[in-house]
Write a protein that binds this ligand. Sequence first.
Ligand code: SF4
Ligand code: SF4
Length: 444
Amino acid sequence: MTLQQTISQLANQCVLCGLCIPHCPTYRLFRTENESPRGRISLYKALAEKQFEASDAILTALDHCLGCRACEKVCPSQVDYTQLNLLGRKLIASEYPLSQHSLKQKLSEKLLTTPSLHPLLKFSAKAISPLNAMLSRISPKSKEESIEKEESKSSTLEVLQSLSRQMNSSSSQTPPVQGFYPAAGQSNPQVTLFKGCSGDLFEQQTLLDAITLLNACQFDVLVPDKQQCCGAISARQGDTEHMEILAKQNIHQFEQLSSKSQALISVTNSCTGQLKGYNQLSHLSGANELSLKVTDIVSFLARAIKDNLIEFTPLGTKKEGEDKNAQHIIGVHIPCSLKNVLKEETLLFDLLKKIPDIQLIKISDQYCCGAAGSYMLQYPEVADKLLDEKISDITPQHYQTIVSSNIGCSLHFKQGLEKHEAKIGRKVDVLHPVRLLARQLIKT
Ligand code: SF4
Ligand code: SF4
């Protein structure tokens, strides 16, 4: 079956009922059929069947999809929107390779997923602004893009600058996290930690805290140095070839370790979802075996931490060097990958409740926060609007710490909160849940 026929077949599963539409964040913002799941399915079908040539406005509407999978979760016909979106993007990348969407996608994908290019992130803030201006001149803006611009707040340049600041603060805690981290005692079970392409870059302390907690649960931890991006960002761009190259390298790397390790643990929900999805690459040897071993740090620790063996200091108890105003109220962000892909959000609450006296407030999770891999770089204005809704009700009395178990969402929140700091009246910390747990851990 050709790519076009597969897209057409997947699209034909949609009965056009429209039940998914109210759940779509881009429909909520733009209120047009093309910015809804049903509209995108129809557009992909029409493009695959060559009913018309895609205009820039149509490519924009398709590219605006965040891949949050909220539509998929509520669809009564179980349309495989994720697969359709992946193949639809692949079709566009091959048929419209010089569109500004394809060029921007390729650029941001390579920048984020290639570790050897990461130093460029620090300098790309200066380069991206003229590049964006050039791309805009090549292709005039659609009506929707013009609306975005009129109400715009962030730019790609500002997002890059924020990422660069966050990268600098994280990488001050070098060296890279890699090697063997044994727990106390002998003959402990072993697990392997997946740090992906951005763990060392933005969340070194989260990786170290995950190891501390796993060691406290009596697991030896192996962190292989030769590991690749999980492929989630390439998948979002429809770059299935690059996605498979990364998957093959990860499978090869981890299958050598599989006999010793009980689990392959990822510290960010979107990577966990992508690694679990390797089972759909059944033509790759070892893909299914690897996917069965994948688990998220949240669900693994929620089950592994035995209440009578590991203790945590109650939140709100002042620890040495801690802000004297530390509160026990925590805002909990639920990433789409945790809610719609892993479907393990209750385990996040179970895990956090292991800290005595903690009070948890769930941040509105009706819509995606807008991070969505490289989306916050490609469409910062749309990403901004989605995030604003989530942080608009934060007050100093409300909570001073937000936890998020997805690195991309954390970066996006940090960038948004930086901008809103004056309005909120104080700094709000954004932490991975394991950082909060490790901070409160009573070491024996
Ligand atoms: S994945 Fe999310 S943004 Fe994309 S069509 Fe579905 S609900 Fe809308
Ligand atoms: S809910 Fe499913 S079947 Fe109904 S319009 Fe949306 S994708 Fe199509």
